[in-house]
Design a protein around this ligand. Structure first.
Ligand code: ARG
Ligand code: ASP
Length: 711
């Protein structure tokens, strides 16, 4: 009890400054006075103003998963190297390997189109809670509630005034206690302009990923093209560089520890208000299972990549993305444990219960019939859902996510299931496109070994009641699958005739077996899980509402949901463990220190070493050193990659790309002492473009400012 109250007092002291407890804020609802107290010079209106140009007009959702920002009057777009990775890969061959060598378009003509890649700006944001919840009653079942909300969304979307080339979307916030509407503009012609070699853009690779101190030049450069009226348009050679309403000036004046900074972007998903029971399940049950599966898959892929150049290119992007969350989950579980997140969450729940009890001693409201039950009910529901969550993670990771032969078989089963649907032809076409893309980077030997290993694990770890006991997948099934083999030879030829293809698919033993695995999963796990999850969602929504009411001294921000947010903080080092302090910045000296000739993670181009030897840093050095990365207390998550880090005046000082190992649990529990975001210093980006790549035409487009002089 004593321990709890100490923790609790720590907890409450965080609440003093909103941002000290973390926070990803809706840009129309910023705490301007707090931001100014922390050092911001501009106004909230300069960050987001639907009526006139503001910083938000430079921020674009990149390909739906990352963030990017416009940094020139000609639509030059900056994002991470790992965000542009797939595009860089898609233009690469063994002869012209842009992943390895980098790519710099000499002129507009050589900027490379990327079918399917989009950049989305937010034009306006409106709170539409009242309209969306109109007609929703507490007596509704989840299903009825969802139906009603969906109808309201359709009506409101249809009635929203917007331009023909704009879109509308509505998203829930605060676990469905609030709804916001977004008017968006999506550009569809986004071309690759430049990328450093991976030895710079991915320096340190998976060893350094999620780690500090860091020395990665994780950036790539694209350009948005628009039609002659500056509007979104599908790719055409007649499109022209986009003229933005706003672009970010780049501050080359330098940064110091303690400087105010904010990050503006599209964080994907956080879950900051989960009960302790859910955090326990995550660290003890779910993360360990997922980590183990990926460890096995990665070990096999790695072995092949080391031996074969072609496989190395084919699997580079896949490997990085599987390894990325594998490593994150490890850090996250450790961080939750080390920061005492679960104990703190329990203490918080006790405080919540205490307040509810006090209130309800003198009150007889309907809340008082509900609030005291929330935590105990949630605890029970989490216990009930645990085996299903585990099974669902297992199915997703072992069958759906990490063995492509199984994924192909699942996809084919879906085709068979949908063959009589009205929208089948469109669906069939999409699957065809998807399989074509998949097979470009598929190696049957690699995948067979992964699939067999994961199948073995499925037998061992998936509880017997959740899998069919008469299905045995063997090496022969994978070798002899007509579908797998024919698709591998030629997707379009194989799928030319849907009737014939489906007839063949129905005969395929592998497809049949995976179909059974899926059916058992569907009936024994999936249905049950979603019905418990519905109840959990319902309780979490009420719990959120109750927290907002009962815990007024805590500042609540809505969980990330891939919508535009602002997070702010200060440039700051941290103490990862007793007696060790990590500085807020790194320099090119550290690249030289980590340099390992011939090593695929830590080799660097000779030219970079020469520039270091000659200290040829142009105007980009600070105190004689070339800055590379820095960290700050901004609360970021996946999706914030590529987000601009801005200074007190709204100039670009860095490019967000990662978080520090000890703080990766911030998706569930932000700890201001150790949660830090990692950024590439803007001057390192300029240095690479200017001095390394000799791409001065790009520097000339930008507006460089000395932030110190603006103060
Ligand atoms: N950890 C960063 C983020 O979650 C960077 C990932 C890319 N790098 C890598 N080595 N996989 O996306
Ligand atoms: N690296 C992440 C991204 O790609 C950012 C993070 O998780 O901190 O969005």
């Amino acid at each position: 009890m004593k321990k709890y109250s100490v923790l609790l007092s720590i907890f409450w002291s965080f609440a003093l400054f909103a941002q000290q407890g973390g926070g990803m804020w809706i840009p129309t609802e910023l705490n301007e006075s707090e931001m100014k107290d922390m050092g911001m010079h501009i106004s909230a209106k300069e960050i987001f103003n639907p009526k006139s140009a503001s910083i938000k007009d430079a921020i674009a959702h990149f390909g739906g998963g990352c963030t990017s920002e416009v940094i020139s009057p000609q639509g030059l777009l900056l994002t991470n190297h790992h965000c542009g990775y797939r595009q860089i890969q898609s233009h690469s061959t063994v002869e012209h390997n842009y992943l390895e060598e980098g790519y710099w378009a000499q002129d507009f003509e050589n900027e490379l189109p990327n079918p399917g890649l989009t950049a989305t700006f937010i034009v306006d944001i409106k709170d539409v809670t009242a309209k969306i919840l109109n007609g929703v009653s507490p007596d509704h079942t989840e299903q009825q509630r969802n139906d009603r909300i969906k109808d309201n969304i359709d009506i409101i979307s249809a009635n929203t005034v917007k331009e023909s080339y704009q879109d509308v979307m509505v998203r829930p916030f605060y676990k469905g206690n609030k709804y916001y509407l977004f008017i968006t503009e999506t550009f569809k012609d986004v071309r690759l302009v430049g990328a450093p070699p991976s030895s710079i853009g991915k320096f340190g690779s998976d060893t350094d990923n999620w780690m500090w101190p860091r020395h990665t030049g994780d950036f790539s450069v694209f350009r948005i093209y628009a039609d002659k009226n500056n509007r979104p348009a599908a790719y055409s050679k007649d499109n022209v560089p986009y003229t933005p309403k706003h672009y970010l000036p780049v501050n080359v004046g330098g940064i110091e520890e303690g400087d105010f900074t904010f990050v503006f972007g599209f964080p994907g998903m956080t879950d900051e208000y989960l009960p302790a029971a859910a955090l326990e399940q995550l660290t003890q049950k779910l993360n360990p299972a997922k980590i183990k599966i990926r460890e096995n898959a990665l070990g096999i892929i790695d072995k092949y990549m080391k031996d074969d150049e072609k496989i190395k290119i084919q699997y580079a992007s896949k490997y990085a993305s599987v390894a990325n969350y594998w490593k994150k989950w490890i850090g996250e579980s450790q961080g939750l444990e080390r920061s005492g997140a679960i104990e703190q969450r329990k203490a918080y729940e006790e405080e919540f219960m205490k307040r509810v009890k006090e209130r309800c001693m003198v009150e007889r409201s309907k809340e008082c019939a509900i609030y005291p039950q929330l935590i105990p009910t949630l605890n029970n529901l989490y216990k009930e859902i645990e085996p299903y969550n585990y099974a669902s993670d297992y199915f997703n990771e072992a069958i759906y996510r990490n063995a492509e032969s199984f994924r192909i078989a699942l996809t084919i089963n879906n085709l068979i299931d949908k063959q009589n649907d009205a929208d089948f032809p469109g669906y069939y076409k999409r699957v065809q496109g998807y399989l074509e893309g998949l097979y470009k980077n598929f190696n049957p030997s690699v995948d067979k070994e992964v699939a067999l290993r994961l199948w073995e694990m499925y037998q061992e770890d998936m509880p017997a009641e959740f899998r069919p006991n008469d299905v045995h997948i063997t090496e022969a099934d994978l070798n002899n699958s007509i579908i797998l083999n024919q698709l591998f030879t030629d997707v379009n030829q194989t799928m030319q005739n849907p009737k014939q293809f489906l007839a063949l698919a129905q005969q395929d033993a592998l497809a049949q077996k995976i179909g059974k695995v899926k059916d058992t999963y569907q009936t024994q796990v999936s249905n049950k899980k979603s019905s418990i999850q519905d109840q959990i969602d319902n309780q979490l929504r009420t719990y959120m509402q109750a927290q907002l009411e009962m815990m007024k001294d805590k500042k609540f921000f809505p969980d990330a949901n891939s919508t535009l947010r602002v997070t702010y903080g200060k440039v700051k080092g941290y103490e990862p463990k007793d007696g060790v302090y990590y500085d807020y910045k790194t320099t090119l000296k550290g690249v030289q220190e980590k340099y390992k000739p011939g090593d695929y993670e830590f080799d660097v181009p000779q030219k970079l070493l020469d520039l270091y030897q000659d200290q040829d840093y142009g105007t980009y050095a600070q105190d004689g050193e070339l800055p590379v990365n820095f960290i700050a207390t901004n609360h970021t998550t996946g999706g914030n990659s590529g987000s601009p880090a801005l200074d007190a005046d709204g100039n670009l000082i860095g490019l967000n790309f990662d978080r520090v190992w000890e703080g990766t649990m911030s998706d569930y529990h932000y700890d201001p002492e150790i949660s830090r975001n990692i950024m590439v210093d803007a001057r390192y980006i300029l240095f690479i473009i200017d001095k390394y790549a000799d791409a001065q035409r790009l520097i000339k487009e930008m507006k460089l400012v000395d932030g110190k002089k603006q103060k």
